[in-house]
Design a protein around this ligand. Structure first.
Ligand code: HEC
Length: 158
């Protein structure tokens, strides 16, 4: 994975200034690292929704979106991925993310669950096309961290 955290791993022509450095330049997060964080957000989002903790769900969804924004920005082209991420990411996860956003705003858990499953299907469809279909994402069954409560804090009044 070391190579993928270095800017040299990207093949995009027009790079933003922070991508123009070589291996000795500033650190740029690799796509695999962004995806690892995305996996964590995906799990936390699920448990927040299950606990009707809508402020936390909104936060996790926002972080998930930022991760995809970073993926598009720093890795518009990626080895073994056939099409630009600028196209693939909106295509596979744009609509489910918008739908989850609406479910959170309307505090609609049924809608949230359906949209979450569509998001997960989008993750997997993109992995398939990116020759990464061996990495299968699914609904989580166990909260990823034991030191975080997913139920709404009493103080928040939620
Ligand atoms: C561009 C389409 C695309 C979308 C959409 C996408 N992924 Fe990925 N994902 C990739 C690619 C490409 C890699 C391999 C990156 C690498 O390491 O080079 C990857 C890698 C991963 C990994 C492996 C990271 C590791 O270190 O083990 C996980 C986990 C992952 N994705 C989760 C997700 C989740 C969860 C979603 C949806 C919320 C998602 N991905 C959506 C393309 C995508």
């Amino acid at each position: 994975m070391v190579a993928s955290v270095l800017i040299g791993g990207c093949s995009n022509e027009k790079k933003p200034p922070q991508q123009q450095a070589d291996a000795s330049g500033p650190y740029v997060i690799g796509l695999g690292e962004i995806m690892g964080l995305t996996q964590m957000r995906h799990a936390k989002l699920w448990f927040a929704g299950q606990a009707n903790n809508w402020p936390l769900a909104a936060y996790e969804l926002d972080e998930l979106k930022e991760g995809f924004d970073d993926a598009v920005r720093y890795h518009p082209h990626h080895k073994s991925v056939p099409r630009p991420l600028t196209t693939m990411i909106p295509q596979f996860v744009g609509e489910p993310i918008a739908e989850i956003d609406t479910a959170i705003k309307t505090r609609d858990r049924t809608r949230f669950v359906a949209a979450f499953d569509r998001l997960t299907a989008g993750c997997n469809a993109c992995h398939e096309e990116a020759s990464f279909g061996f990495n299968v994402v699914k609904r989580p069954t166990v909260p990823p961290y034991s030191n975080q409560s997913f139920t709404p804090a009493a103080r928040s009044g939620a």
